[in-house]
Design a protein around this ligand. Structure first.
Ligand SMILES: Cc1cc2nc3c(=O)[nH]c(=O)nc-3n(C[C@H](O)[C@H](O)[C@H](O)COP(=O)(O)O)c2cc1C
Length: 370
């Protein structure tokens, strides 16, 4: 029976335990370049078996929020080098999450203040994104109405992912995670309720809605090796105005079967609770079977007990914790020793500087001040 603290061989990468730090946007890269503070933050959390970074945009068009880091410029790559060196110095393993937000953006953060892009020209109703107000100050702005991407533009976005993945390897990352979850661009293509395109990238045909993400996975895998590529997905996700649709489980299982043939590093499901609500444990088991032989990571409101129980039940190979890692840099040691967990302060999740970012102490420091 596997426990949280067992080693794990992730396609040749020796993970120290089965606890993953989930990707979390922290919006502290003022100029889109990670800096020494970013390096400190991730190094403090290097005890995770695998650290996945916050989403890093693959291009300027891919950006949805102010102060998120990129992986498409020389300066950004140099900034990330500090981060990977610091995590590796702590014995950690680190993947960069690569994202394109699609329609979850306000035009003030887009190049030339143009409309963001998506599968279809339908606004994400009720969704806010971090952009500029009319007076030029930063603030939460309603997502802008996107324009539908022409089929001929998709290869360019795939190429941006390939370039960013190569940049990630140059910056010293152990691999990359393609963000296909949480209502961002790839999910805007996968979701059958939203993507009603009538070309080979959308509509009723499942294979058409999966084509864009699979073409990108294949291109990135060809560039850096499939064993260095993870994919994050969120079946039954309702966040960012993602509608329910007929055949939702079949779509996700078809994607799992496709990914299973590609010999990747892993598939990461970001929303265990939404899955249980939408598809039940039966769906999770079916997904596991469909992705047979591959490493599966599950995330979503885990506690020590529920994580250990899902591993023991064989529902996942690795479990990811998000918010607990914000406030417990030494989360693995706290879980291992049964030490109490500190609560995260929601108000400092996004933006700001060291406060609520690098100033959460490790448990031992609290108990035995130097
Ligand atoms: C502050 C914050 C930022 C997040 N940013 C991202 C992100 O950049 N990419 C992503 O895939 N998920 C993101 N998530 C979702 C987490 O990775 C995770 O799936 C979610 O928080 C559930 O795990 P938890 O209950 O352990 O926090 C974010 C979550 C939080 C709380």
């Amino acid at each position: 029976m596997s426990t949280l603290f067992d080693h794990y061989d992730l396609r040749g990468l020796a993970l120290r335990n089965r606890i993953v730090m989930a990707p979390m946007t922290r919006s502290r890269a003022v100029s889109t370049v990670p800096d020494a503070l970013t390096a400190t933050y991730y190094a403090q959390r290097a005890g995770a078996g695998l650290v996945v970074t916050e989403g890093a945009q693959v291009s300027e068009q891919a950006r949805g929020y102010l102060f998120t880091p990129g992986l498409h410029s020389k300066a950004q790559v140099e900034g990330w080098k500090e981060v990977t060196a610091a995590v590796h110095a702590g014995g950690g393993t680190l993947f960069a999450q690569l994202w394109h937000v699609g329609r979850v953006a306000h035009c003030s953060v887009q190049p030339g203040e143009r409309a963001p892009v998506s599968s279809v020209a339908k606004v994400a109703a009720g969704v806010q994104a971090f952009g500029y107000r009319e007076d030029g100050t930063p603030g939460q702005m309603p997502a802008s109405t996107p324009r539908a991407l022409a089929a001929g533009e998709l290869a360019g976005i795939t190429a941006d992912f390939v370039a960013a993945a190569r940049n990630a390897i140059d910056a010293g990352f152990d691999g990359i995670e393609i963000h296909g979850a949480n209502g961002y661009l790839f999910e805007q293509f996968i979701n059958g309720g939203l993507n009603v395109r009538d070309d080979r990238y959308g509509g009723a045909e499942v294979a058409n809605r999966l084509r864009f993400v699979l073409e990108t996975v294949d291109a990135v895998a060809a560039a850096i090796g499939g064993h260095r590529v993870g994919v994050r997905l969120s079946p039954f996700n309702r966040v960012f105005d993602m509608p329910a649709f007929d055949g939702e489980a079949d779509t996700a299982l078809a994607l799992a079967r496709e990914l299973a043939t590609r010999d990747l590093a892993y598939v990461h499901l970001s929303n265990r609770e939404a899955i249980l609500a939408g598809g039940g444990e039966g769906f999770l088991k079916a997904f596991r079977e469909a992705y047979a032989g591959g490493t599966l990571i599950l995330a979503g409101n885990y506690t020590h007990e529920s994580a250990a129980s899902d591993l023991a039940a064989g529902l996942a190979d690795l479990v990811a914790f998000g918010r607990p890692f914000i406030s417990n840099p030494d989360l693995v040691e706290r879980l291992r020793n049964g030490w109490p967990l500190a609560e995260a302060d929601n108000a400092s999740f996004y933006g700001g500087s060291a406060e609520g970012y690098t100033d959460y102490p490790a448990y031992r420091m609290e108990a035995e001040p130097a």
